[in-house]
Design a protein around this ligand. Structure first.
Ligand code: NA7
Length: 548
């Protein structure tokens, strides 16, 4: 029989979202809060993704919290981008700085979140069977955290080491070994680039080659960090006032207004400066909406690949085609890696993987390649994956998988009807942008909504079904106009066998999202309903605005 405890709030997850939510609720509002994370410490994504080469591709001065000027100005950056150990150490530092560790139980997950209609409380069950009753639940469970481990025949018979990049064992050193990497998304590109020079043999199993540009990793120039510190307010405004939150110039100019030479120059400048989002959004304003313009950007990248990769057959195997409409990627020498004699590209569309054997990988052409280590860089069941993996029921015992049967929905990415006082950080249909900034905006809204309800004596709140439906439709409309919706990728949930593709993001941008959140709060939460009990839901309810 497990223990039982009652608190004001539970925070699930101790990454960027969970840490800030804990600070807002425990430190600022003085609530009793318990935090849980299956990891043995804080960090979220940056705790788990310890694979060689793991790097954020938002610039260092951007990939930060902005809620505390002193924290920002006390933080220093060696390079233009942050490695995984640097981000992990930053987040650990934030936890200690705000004395948050004592609220978290690490190494312990939440297996079930069930709403108790009679008590108007959430009942959460840990992996060890303990229960916690809470008035509020903040889910900061990670957008890219539910690991996708494809069930390739023979996978479990491999006698070497088989690892997923998001579960890379601390200290695993593959120097001098024979390694296979399956997958060439953002993660696969980073791990391939890092391992290429270290290993004796590297097989890169490519299924859908992607467009990538240089990241632009370099040491900070003298005085550069100090300048970012000094410009704190300006940086914050630039990031939160932009669509993407990457600190880049988001241009509106059309590619069609420039000559071929001018376009080439603009693309070359962006290529030399570095950054996947810069290449896509700071060159021309129509690459994400106009297929023909997009293909011209793609051609520029393909030309660079042909220049960089010396062996034409290797270049062919990793050559992207079609629209440049997945998450914009950037790398630190991915294409150059294929010039190393020990690196081999295997295109699994040409020659599919038939099976993993005890000693390696067999492809459809009959070739068997031997490896000591197989790395799955196969991504995540993104956005809604972690919710669906929980025993999660709202009012009247309805499971989240039932509510999200057609597609995962939300109101403003943070709440959903039927789940009172239950909030999501980076839930479905939240903004597609620099994630720490989206997290910060969402956590502040969640915390303010909770404070507002408490101040007004409202027991439970949840969005109206109408508000959610309108939000869903708006997200779908925006997705229709974008090239991103025209290719299969995790952005639309199209990377997991059996998962129904759907609109998982709000493509209207960070600043528009923040404005909408602010408007909802300033108007007194007109789209949230106060709920006293489930019976109340049967009656017409005034909105929170009317109640306050
Ligand atoms: P991604 O971007 O989803 O990439 C996963 C890669 O794994 C991609 O190349 C997939 O090919 C490949 N994959 C997946 N399953 C298989 C199988 N069964 N066989 C061969 N290849 C496979 O995940 P990442 O971790 O790289 O990045 C996710 C985000 O995390 C990233 O954008 C950052 O925001 C952080 P496919 O393209 O499906 O053909």
């Amino acid at each position: 029989m497990g223990t039982q405890q009652t608190v004001d709030a539970v925070v699930i997850g101790a990454g960027f979202g969970g840490i800030y939510a804990m600070h807002k609720l425990a430190n600022e509002q003085g609530l009793t809060v318990l935090g849980f994370d299956r990891a043995e410490g804080p960090g979220g994504t940056w705790y788990w993704n310890r694979y060689p080469g793991a790097l954020s591709d938002s610039e260092s001065y951007v990939y930060q919290y902005f809620f505390d000027k002193e924290l920002y100005q006390d933080t220093t950056w060696e390079n233009t981008y942050l490695t995984q150990p640097e981000i992990l150490s930053y987040l650990e530092g934030v936890v200690d700085r705000f004395d948050l560790r004592r609220h978290f139980r690490f190494g312990l997950g939440i297996a079930a979140s069930n709403y108790d209609d009679a008590a108007n409380q959430w009942v959460l069950t840990t992996d060890e069977g303990d229960t916690i009753r809470a008035t509020y639940v903040v889910n900061a469970v990670g957008l890219l955290a539910a690991v996708n481990m494809p069930d390739i025949p023979g996978r479990d018979s491999f006698e070497g080491q088989l690892v997923h990049t998001a579960r890379w064992p601390e200290g695993l050193d593959v120097t001098g070994q024979r390694v296979a990497v399956i997958g060439t998304g953002s993660t696969g590109q980073q791990v391939v680039t890092a391992l290429g020079p270290q290993v004796s043999k590297l097989g890169v199993f490519v299924r859908t080659p992607q467009y990538s540009v240089p990241v632009g990793l370099r040491p900070m120039a003298e005085g550069e960090v100090e300048q970012y510190h000094e410009d704190f307010e300006m940086n914050r405004e630039k990031i939160f006032g932009s669509a993407l939150g990457f600190g880049i110039d988001e241009v509106e100019r059309s590619l069609w207004d420039y000559s071929e030479e001018e376009r080439e120059q603009i693309f070359t400048d962006a290529w030399n400066e570095g950054g996947g989002f810069r290449f896509m959004f700071s060159t021309f304003g129509n690459l994400a909406v106009d297929e023909d313009a997009n293909l011209i950007a793609g051609k520029f990248i393909k030309d660079r690949i042909r220049e960089i990769v010396k062996d034409p057959e290797a270049a062919r195997r990793i050559m992207p085609s079609g629209l440049h409409a997945r998450r914009p990627l950037c790398d630190n020498g991915f294409y150059e890696t294929f010039n190393l004699p020990q690196v081999e590209a295997v295109n699994v569309t040409d020659t599919p993987i038939v099976e993993i054997t005890a000693t390696g990988i067999r492809t459809a052409d009959g070739t068997h390649r031997e490896y000591d280590v197989i790395v799955f860089a196969t991504g995540f069941d993104a956005v809604d994956g972690n919710y669906r993996r929980m025993d999660l029921t709202g009012r009247n015992g309805v499971h989240i998988n039932e509510v999200w049967k057609e597609n995962p929905t939300s109101y403003l990415g943070v709440t959903t009807p039927g789940f009172p006082n239950w909030f999501m950080v980076l839930g479905p249909k939240g903004p597609f942008c620099n994630l720490p900034s989206a997290i910060e905006a969402e956590v502040e809204w969640i915390s303010d909504a909770i404070a507002h309800a408490r101040q007004n004596g409202i027991a439970m709140i949840e969005p109206t079904a109408e508000a959610e439906q309108k939000w869903s439709e708006h997200c779908s409309d925006l997705a229709t106009g974008s090239v991103f919706g025209r290719v299969d990728s995790w952005i639309f949930g199209a990377n997991i066998p059996g998962k129904k593709p759907s609109v998982l993001f709000y493509l209207g941008g960070l600043s528009a999202m923040k404005d909408l959140l602010d408007q909802e709060a300033q108007a007194g939460y007109p789209n949230l309903m106060p709920v006293q009990s489930s019976a109340d839901m049967e009656r017409d309810q005034p909105s929170l605005a009317a109640a306050s």
